[in-house]
Design a protein around this ligand. Structure first.
Ligand code: KET
Length: 399
């Protein structure tokens, strides 16, 4: 009996599949600019000292491992709230924020999507054009129709802000608008403070539900600075959802450390929301991972570890900026007629190069330089040992 022979073969994931192809490539000089992972100057995924110390203390305690509650560990949840909004924020004091520890921020997106589908069944989702490849798949997978709003201006390397506002102003009421809180993936082009402020009246007047994705906190301008958007929306008294991730900021990708927060109208509503989010978790994966919760609550909660972590995040951000400068210098020297200023202006791990799929394929096949076919490179894959070669290879495929 073949129950499954009718299945369509899986084409593979555009990001994870490329990373696997890179790992399987035997060429020693290969360069991985595909996946959004921070590598250090030796090309390794760092184990942060702050995280290592937290784990050493956990191991020494040898504590039992019960299930966590559906919503996750209380200490991690409140540490997340303080990191996102600042510990003194009025929305926290008012009890109008419901926070859930989730299985990475991907888990938070999935729980949020299922929640929207169940409780706002007529709402559809709008994502930026372009967005992280998986946003569409996740919401569609939850049974929600996904559309896009104008975002990236390829000609100027900026945001099509007027077109974006016009599109958002015309959405059906109660539409969900997915916004990258900082370090836009894949373009590296963020909204400025004035633009975020200009969105507030549109969100209020059209009764939109923002869904913020904050996967790169600390990689843009700084930990507090990168939380500008959730703080602004909370200050404005708006209702919204926000997922945040520690995969990148704590370099704990496989631990699946993330959270989903719902900022609600008042405490009573936040309690209702928390209850239904818990029910959604129970139906999905029952409860989140304990090790992730312990890392997050210790690193954020113990002052010495917290200070160490903040310095480590700052060093990762600075190293990426240094790589942006070197990439820019080599490309500018090789292609004097061209303006590569976009590399310096973009923020976070990614740079949108504008390279066409054929150029991307040539980089992979002829130069063993891996990047997404959209032209996105992960600048954090560059280091002092490979940046010249990668930049020369990119220059070689540009006419
Ligand atoms: N949101 C965004 C915007 C994002 O770039 C990622 C991961 C995630 C969420 C998921 O992170 P989590 O580890 O679940 O908290 N992006 C990189 C890796 C991937 O595609 O899974 C990437 O874009 O390469």
């Amino acid at each position: 009996m073949h129950f499954f022979s009718h299945l369509e073969p899986y084409a593979g994931d555009p990001i994870l599949g490329l990373n696997e192809a890179y790992l399987a490539d035997a060429r020693p000089h290969k360069v991985n600019l595909s996946i959004g992972i921070y590598f250090d100057d030796a090309g390794r995924i760092p184990v942060l000292e702050s995280v290592h110390q937290a784990e050493a203390a956990m191991l020494a305690e040898c504590a039992p491992k019960p299930y966590l509650p559906m919503e996750g560990a209380a200490a991690a949840r409140s540490a997340v709230q303080a990191l996102l909004f600042g510990s003194e924020h009025a929305a926290l004091a008012a009890g109008r924020v419901a926070t859930l520890q989730t299985v990475g921020s991907s888990g938070g997106l999935k729980i949020g999507a299922d929640f929207v589908r169940r409780w706002l069944p007529t709402s559809e989702v709008w994502i930026s054009d372009p967005s992280w490849e998986n946003h569409r798949a996740m919401f569609e997978g939850a049974g929600i129709a996904v559309h896009s709003y104008p975002y990236y201006d390829a000609a100027r390397g900026g945001v099509r802000f007027d077109a974006m506002c016009e599109a958002l102003s015309a959405l059906p009421r109660r539409s969900v608008v997915l916004l990258h809180a900082c370090c836009h993936n894949p373009t590296g082009v963020d909204l400025g403070a004035a633009q975020w402020r200009a969105l507030v009246p549109i969100v209020r007047e059209r009764a939109l539900l923002p869904f913020l994705d904050l996967a790169y906190q600390g990689y843009g301008e700084g930990l507090a600075e990168d939380a500008f958007a959730p703080r602004l929306l909370a200050d404005a008294g708006l209702t919204f959802l926000v997922v945040n991730s520690f995969s990148k900021s704590m370099s704990v990708y496989g631990e699946r450390a993330g959270a989903l927060s719902a900022v609600c109208a008042d405490r009573a509503e936040a309690e209702l929301v928390l209850g239904q989010l818990k029910a959604t978790v129970r139906r999905n994966y029952s409860s989140p991972p304990m090790h992730a919760a312990a890392i997050v609550s210790r690193v954020l909660g113990e002052p010495a570890l917290r200070a160490r972590w903040e310095a480590e995040v700052g060093a990762m951000r600075e190293r990426i900026l240094a790589m942006r400068r070197r990439l820019h210098a080599v490309l500018s020297a090789r292609k004097p007629g061209r303006d590569f200023g976009y590399i310096l202006g973009q923020r976070g791990m990614f740079s949108y190069t504008g390279l066409a799929p054929a150029q991307v394929d040539r980089l992979r096949e002829a130069h063993a330089v891996y990047l997404l076919r959209s032209g996105r490179i992960c600048v954090a894959g560059l280091n002092n040992g490979n940046v010249e070669r990668a930049a020369e290879a990119i220059a070689a495929v540009i006419d």
